[in-house]
Design a protein around this ligand. Structure first.
Ligand SMILES: Cc1cc2nc3c(=O)[nH]c(=O)nc-3n(C[C@H](O)[C@H](O)[C@H](O)COP(=O)(O)OP(=O)(O)OC[C@H]3O[C@@H](n4cnc5c(N)ncnc54)[C@H](O)[C@@H]3O)c2cc1C
Length: 431
């Protein structure tokens, strides 16, 4: 019987190998650590959490909670390990990272179907699941370039925040492209002089996330954070990304003092990207400072801006069905490398890739959960055409048609969750 090869015993790779073994396939799982280290991992343990020890919320009225419910229904090893090694963290699923890693490693090693090879793997044969993560080894990345086309591989994230449409105050924003071009593609959030200067001061003094040494070079050569730009001079932003030229505020009939522009993030326009706001501020600080923009006073963030080293493919161009590669349908790519973002998302993509590599070996088509679910919505998002593709985590705005007609926010979130539950049950039933 053909052996399945999984490259990387991280969050995605452990899930993929576990799933394939549970389906009765023989698996070779390659892990290069500890002989070849990444700049962020500290040892040789499987599924090492490189930063926070939290897998985020379990509340079923959040997209993260829905994601975990779906993962559990697919017998996720990562969720099983997280629950077995959880530490108190309010509504979040946080873990003792060493026990978590050990639990997963022991479970994988206890399965006779899985052979673990402690070595760097660079060959990309058929029936390989590439789960080498955002810090994939250089030699493997070179091979992946050949398969995907070099221009479709990125090496850092410099991401601006994204907010939901429903949280924007439209009485303080107006649609318009500069000089009348672009129609409703841009939403403009004007600020007067006082609002602008207060905003700049807070931006400059806000607390920043600490960048690791290896992250500084790539990131800053690539894209300047908005807070660094603001620190260059009090008018720098107003002549840069916040310039008001070519725009007239319909409520005043005049050109605003400064304008923050939002650009549609998805086809439906339920998510909007804050243009030019690549940032390294801590998440709580992003919420506090960006809420000083009048139209964004109550903004809900689908994702915050991040700046860190991150190898990932341009998923809309590179991925085929069910985390396969369009150019090599018997090869699968999952985890952060495939364009998803976050621990739980990476693990979930590993489960789907694991299911699908088995299906392809059995002569079946790969599957994708429906769009209304957390996993299916994310898969749809990362494979939809997108000129500015950046990795994404799960969120209700990704999960199918927007639910309208329910004013109460908590009830609306519950409705998204219930719809996802129904659709996921059907998917699971037909697996
Ligand atoms: C610095 C940093 C901090 C992050 N912090 C967070 C956070 O706090 N919360 C969050 O939700 N997400 C975070 N992320 C994003 C992401 O969720 C994690 O990187 C996550 O671990 C990704 O899972 P993965 O399975 O794709 O990759 P990983 O968990 O990194 O697993 C990939 C594995 O592949 C191995 N490998 C690489 N190349 C080869 C090769 N050629 N042969 C054999 N093995 C190989 C690696 O050693 C590693 O074990 C962070 C990312 C980075 C880079």
């Amino acid at each position: 019987m053909e052996r399945i090869k999984v490259i990387g015993a991280g969050l995605a790779g452990c899930e993929a190998a576990y799933r394939a073994a549970k389906e009765g396939f023989k698996v070779t799982l390659y892990e290069m650590r500890p002989s070849v280290m990444t700049p962020a991992h500290t040892g040789g343990g499987f599924a090492e959490l490189v930063c926070s020890n939290s897998l985020k919320s379990t509340d079923l009225c959040t997209a993260q909670g829905v994601l975990k419910r779906e993962m559990k229904l697919l017998d996720s090893l990562i969720i099983e390990a997280a629950e077995a090694t959880a530490v108190p963290a309010g509504g979040a699923l946080a873990v003792d990272r060493e026990k978590f890693s050990l639990y997963i490693e022991n479970k994988i090693k206890s399965l006779p179907e899985i052979e673990v090879v402690r070595a760097e793997r660079t060959e990309i044969d058929d029936y390989t699941v590439i789960a080498a993560g955002p810090l994939a080894s250089a030699a493997l990345t070179e091979e992946l370039k050949k398969v995907t086309g070099g221009e479709y591989l990125n090496f850092f994230d410099a991401v601006a925040p994204i907010v939901t449409k429903e949280s924007i105050d439209f009485s303080k924003a107006f649609y318009a492209g500069r000089y009348g071009k672009g129609g409703e593609d841009y939403l403009n959030c004007p600020m007067d002089a006082e609002e602008y200067y207060t905003f700049c001061e807070e931006l400059v003094s806000a607390e920043k996330a600490v960048l690791r040494e290896f992250e500084k070079k790539d990131v800053f050569n690539a894209c300047m954070p908005v807070e660094i730009m603001a620190a260059k001079g009090k008018d720098t932003l107003r002549f840069g990304p916040l310039r008001p030229v070519g725009l007239t505020d319909p409520t005043t009939g005049k050109r605003p003092f400064s304008v923050v522009q939002l650009r549609k993030e998805d086809e439906r326009g339920s998510m909007w990207n804050i243009v030019g706001f690549q940032t390294n501020l801590k998440f709580a600080e992003q919420k506090r400072v960006f809420s000083l923009i009048p139209a964004l006073k109550n903004a809900e963030f689908v994702r915050y801006g991040v700046m860190h080293r991150n190898t990932f493919v341009n998923a809309p161009k590179v991925l085929g069905e069910g985390f396969s590669l369009a150019a090599r349908p018997k090869v699968f790519l999952c985890g952060q490398l495939s364009g998803v973002e976050g621990y739980a998302e990476s693990a979930a993509s590993g489960i789907i890739a694991g299911i699908n590599v088995c299906r392809v070996l059995k002569g079946q088509r790969p599957v994708t959960p429906p769009e209304n679910t957390a996993i299916g919505g994310l898969m749809k998002y990362i494979t939809s055409p997108n000129e500015n593709f950046q990795p994404m985590h799960v969120g209700f705005p990704l999960m199918g048609e927007p639910i309208t007609g329910i004013k109460d926010k908590t009830k609306r979130k519950a409705a998204y969750s219930e719809r996802a539950e129904r659709d996921f049950a059907v998917f699971k039933e037909n697996l």
